[in-house]
Design a protein around this ligand. Structure first.
Ligand SMILES: [Mg+2]
Length: 232
């Protein structure tokens, strides 16, 4: 079982560091992982550090961070590649640039740079232009645009590949994959589980999704997982 975090397990917050984890969720994820003989992973665009901070109780859980660029796994951990020099410069420039747009937020972790404007919609155009200019200084990188942000990351890595790499490892190998996610960045993951005869679940509504099943929102996802016992 592969689960996206923001917009799937958790309601989207104005900025990633403001996301709230419902009290019943960590223990339910741990129990579910046990029921699945360990074959449960969070598959997120967040860094491992950020995922660990969100779920400090879940030290045993398999985590795939930054769309698979890094992984915490009992069987094969993976460290994110070092960022190029230009990424370090751009992260500083982006942080200064975002100060002009209160509510906008920049996350720089290793080789990835994420620009968020959920709480500052007027920043969308300028942040798009910033991303276009940034890419000219980041050979081998791509930008992935969503409704409320842009992710800039090394080309060739996505949640489909993240899931495929996990499916090659114990305890996932040979199992029927399930993946739930909400974002266009989750589409390669849906395609990958479909190709493996698995179950793809879109959270929310989107017309062009490859997912074959749908849940309305994170509350429904948590109910599906049995994590809503005392949740509202
Ligand atoms: Mg998501």
């Amino acid at each position: 079982m592969f689960l996206d975090v923001d917009g799937c397990l958790l309601e989207h917050a104005c900025a990633p560091h403001l996301a709230r984890v419902p009290p019943q969720l960590p223990s339910r994820l741990l129990r579910l992982a046990e029921e699945l003989d360990g074959a449960l992973a969070l598959v997120s665009g967040r860094s491992l550090q950020s995922l660990q901070a969100l779920f400090p109780e879940c030290a045993e859980l398999c985590l795939s961070g930054m769309h698979g660029l890094e992984r915490r796994s009992a069987h094969a951990s993976l460290r994110a590649p070092a960022p190029p020099e230009s990424m370090l410069e751009l992260a500083g420039e982006a942080a200064r640039f975002a100060l002009d747009y209160p509510g906008a937020c920049v996350e720089a972790h290793g080789p990835c740079l994420n620009l968020h404007w959920r709480a500052a919609p007027d920043a969308a155009v300028a942040m798009g232009a910033f991303a276009d200019a940034a890419l000219t200084r980041l050979p081998g990188y791509r930008q992935h645009r969503g409704a409320h942000g842009i992710e800039i990351r090394p080309d060739g890595m996505d949640k489909g590949r993240a899931i495929a790499e996990l499916l090659a490892l114990a305890p996932f190998r040979g199992r029927t994959p399930v993946f739930a996610g909400d974002d266009p960045a989750d589409e390669p993951g849906f395609a990958m589980v479909n190709a493996h005869g698995g179950i793809s679940v879109l959270v929310g509504a989107r017309a062009d999704s490859a997912a074959r099943h749908r849940l309305d929102d994170p509350a429904q996802v948590r109910a599906w997982l049995g994590a809503d016992a005392q949740d509202h």
